[in-house]
Design a protein around this ligand. Structure first.
Ligand code: G3P
Ligand code: MG
Length: 266
């Protein structure tokens, strides 16, 4: 089989909204990604204690906010009061834990394509997928490019397939398991998302030959990104969208790209 459709998102996606250009999973990250001409983003979505989808990576609040305890044990009003930017750099103080709705509005207005990672708290795989798939379908209804939903959780992907069949899905793995193709088929995944450390050229070729797109993370070296594109990888997820985009001739930076832009620019 050959790929019948081109990869629908930007070929370079900023990891956790803006990679290292801004605090992860914040609205500031979207602005940072767009500023360097990156056409798309990856971010993580989990349920709050109120059952609302919010952007955050860890199950606990300590690393990326000034809060304490579990995300799944924290109500919306308490999450809203947290600072999600100062830990990264004082100039990002005041950034919040965004809701999925805020993220969708911002991505659509900035023209950013989205890989939405369903990131359930322990034991909440299906409930998280139910809420996220339904809400993503509503928020991006009518958008030119719908989000691609990925997850390490196969049960989450199965629920997403039932509730938002029109949104493409990616099976997220670290190491590529021997039965990756059967797993992709079982959850109806259109893409395989694998850690770059464990991805090899033969797997890329086999996956694309089977009609799957291939995305890989987290690739911060532009030369490595070029090698992966040469293998046929469709998408690079990077913490350095500035460096990766600027380096690649086929994804050249927009006019006015600020020379020497570096990570942690406010
Ligand atoms: O989706 C790629 C990557 O985000 C998966 O790992 O831990 O950064 O969410 P993680
Ligand atoms: Mg992620």
């Amino acid at each position: 089989m050959t790929l019948s459709r081109p990869w629908p998102l930007a070929p370079v996606l900023a990891h956790r909204c803006g990679g290292l250009l801004a605090p992860e999973n914040t609205l500031a990250g979207f602005a940072a990604a767009a500023k360097v001409g990156c056409g798309g983003v990856e971010f993580d979505v989990m349920l709050s204690g109120s059952g609302s989808p919010v952007l955050i990576h860890d199950e606990t609040l300590e690393r990326t906010t000034n809060g304490h305890g579990r995300v799944a044990g924290t109500r919306d009003e308490d999450l809203r009061a947290l600072d999600a930017g100062r830990w990264f750099d004082a100039c990002f103080a005041g950034e919040r834990v965004p809701t999925l709705e805020e993220a969708a509005v911002r991505c659509i207005s900035l023209g950013l394509s989205v890989n939405l990672e369903i990131k359930p708290s322990t034991g909440q795989d299906e409930e998280t997928a139910r809420v996220v798939a339904r809400r993503a379908g509503e928020l991006w209804a009518g958008a030119a490019v719908p989000p691609l939903l990925s997850s390490f959780s196969e049960s989450a992907l199965e629920v997403a397939a039932e509730l938002a069949a029109h949104l493409p899905r990616g099976l997220l793995v670290e190491r590529v398991p021997p039965d990756w193709l059967q797993r992709c088929r079982r959850v109806g995944a259109a893409a395989l998302h694998a850690h770059a450390r464990y991805l090899d050229r033969a797997t890329v070729i086999e996956a694309r030959g089977a009609g799957l797109w291939v995305a890989t993370y987290t690739v911060n070296d532009p030369g490595h990104a070029q090698t992966l594109f040469d293998w046929g990888v469709d998408c690079i997820i990077t913490d350095r969208p500035d460096a990766v985009r600027a380096f690649l001739p086929q994804h050249s930076a927009p006019t006015g790209y600020p020379a020497g832009l570096h990570a942690r620019s406010c």
